[in-house]
Ligand binder design. Structure first.
Ligand code: GAR
Length: 210
């Protein structure tokens, strides 16, 4: 018997929102046991907010404050309050380009996940697809991981490889990685909804092979 829960998702993004769209569409079609309860962005005119509004999803801009790479205290508190008011079970970072630390992570322990466009621990940080191309690897991919205090360092939940082609440009490689992301992220959310993921040390066990 399945003990899968329907998760209420809070999705945070700064960009165009293709991951949010894939997750919202999979949820609306009943393909994943989840619903999008709230979409937040630190960028007032981000595509993710427009795409959420088009789908009738609650979407809100949170002014990030004075820092460039993180939210200031007031913004972080506003985010936490909005996510709690929306009764969010899982916080899903989808191209959210600011670091979340201390207070935010304590408010949602082991309940914040991120997708990164490389096979971590290779190429953390910005423009991971460009880093992979510049380095000359033959395979890269994407990683869904729990968020901890580091940058792209939390326990890994799921990964998908993507080949690097001789003809690739940064743009074509990023597009193929994003295609993989649109399958991997919904699949990882389904794993989490199944309640089967446990973390010991660096390793997240997904129950695969039970
Ligand atoms: C995605 O490719 C995601 O992996 C990346 O931002 C893009 C957002 O696209 N995230 C990072 O680089 C985080 N370090 P989207 O707005 O179309 O979902």
């Amino acid at each position: 018997m399945s003990n899968t829960t329907r998760l209420r998702l809070g999705i945070l993004g700064s960009g165009k929102g293709s991951n949010m769209t894939a997750i919202a569409d999979a949820a609306a079609a009943g393909q994943i046991p989840a619903e999008v309860a709230l979409v937040l962005s630190d960028v007032a005119d981000a595509g993710i907010l427009a795409r959420a509004a088009k789908r009738g999803l609650p979407a809100q801009f949170i002014p990030p404050g004075k820092f460039r790479t993180k939210l200031d205290e007031e913004a972080e508190r506003a985010c936490i309050a909005a996510l709690q008011a929306a009764r969010v079970d899982l916080v899903v970072l989808a191209g959210f380009m600011r670091i979340l630390k201390g207070e935010f992570l304590r408010a949602f322990p082991q309940r914040v996940i991120n997708i990164h466009p490389s096979l971590l621990p290779s190429f953390p940080g910005l423009e991971a697809w460009r880093q992979a191309l510049d380095y000359g690897v033959k395979f890269t991919g994407c990683t869904v991981h729990f968020v901890d205090q580091g940058i792209d360092t939390g326990a890994i939940i799921a990964q998908q490889t993507v080949p690097v082609l001789d003809t690739d440009t940064p743009e074509s490689l990023h597009e193929r990685i994003q295609q993989a992301e649109r399958t991997l992220y919904p699949a990882a959310i389904t794993l989490l909804a199944g309640g089967k993921i446990s973390v010991r040390g660096r390793r997240a066990f997904t129950g695969a092979g039970d």
